[in-house]
Design a protein around this ligand. Sequence first.
Ligand code: SAH
Length: 416
Amino acid sequence: MNIRLKPGKDKPVRNGHPWIFSGAVAKVEGDVDLRDRLCAVYGAGGERLGVGYYNDKSTIRVRMLTVDTAVNTAVNTTKSIPTLTFTAKDLQSRIRQSIDTREKNGVLTTNTGGNTDSCRLINSEGDFLPGLIVDKYGHGVCIQIGTAGMECWRGAVVDALSDIVNPAFIYERSDTASREREGLPLSEGLIAGALPETLVITENGVKYKADLRAGQKTGFFFDQRENRALLRRYASGRNVCDCFSYSGGFAINAALGGAASVVAVDSSEEAGACLSENARLNDVSDTVKFMKSDAFTFLRQLRPYGGDRSSIDLLILDPPKFANHPSEVDRAARGYKEINLAGLRALAPGGLLFTFSCSGAVDPYLFRQIVFGAAADARRNVQILHILTAGPDHPINIAHREGEYLKGLVLKVQNL
Ligand code: SAH
């Protein structure tokens, strides 16, 4: 199967962007082979650009697997062009490379006497494996296949992981909305090995119960690991409020860092139950209190006590994704503005705000502008102390800015 692009649409592909949208496709030649969905991609001038996998049900028609720069100029030459393809061997070597990077970048330090046994092993486009997420949970792994193209490689992925990682279990959590957009059924359950009844993981020495069956994402948010460790350094003696707390990553680190009090706010009862259990596991139940509430309402009701009389002097805002698609950016921006405004109003003078956005469609600069708007409206004086992103187990392909989904700011907040 061949895909021919419209004029001018080849450049991002040549530069390594892995997505080709329906609007960039001029012509589709041949039928898709449902065994691998592979297609060769050509520019408008007839030059071959690389190989990807195809799905006519998705607005992202092609996700590129290889871009062969060597053949980019081959259109008018008589030199033989090597066959561009993508095989199970290529897949296996990318999986191996991804895991190798994690072993070398110090995230997983168990072998060297450290204290983190879990992290992301494969980060989809960021590891040149579009549609594949693999998270390591202790001795096991949890996989998420998000696209029809990657679904074709399911068997090869499982084989490669068994070979390279030899995990105690392989669990699957392919239950994302993206699968529905790809025309795939949801798929969940145990693929290999045995899942322990209670799974406890360690991150920077902190213990968390991870619920692979019912938890959010694949069960835990590994992308905040380094930001939680940073928070721990700032928490001593502070009254901390962790909004959108989920299983308590920030709240527990705050308590371990010596916070005077920690209130964790989440609208989910189950998240609260998990958080309370994690607080017990880490011996900080006396400090961490869970409050089931809508975070917007919770912060707004603090407002009358804000300003000089506010008791909160370290606030974390880590809301769920507000924009799933570029068309939702305006609505998301209003949401971020609102929550940051409420947060900035509630913080005591001299307080710190750790504020995050995990919407890929809201870029880091826009996020900063939104927070600036909130600071101006709240009449607060704000200094940026840290600019944050996800850790190195969530690499980003530099050509794929959509992959830079997590961004955060640590702000010191004073009165004007
Ligand atoms: N900070 C967490 C991850 C947050 S995920 C960590 O470090 O692991 C987002 C959380 O926001 C989810 O637990 C979800 O239940 C919660 N949530 C979603 N909407 C909410 C709302 N309006 N108010 C409070 N919590 C909300």
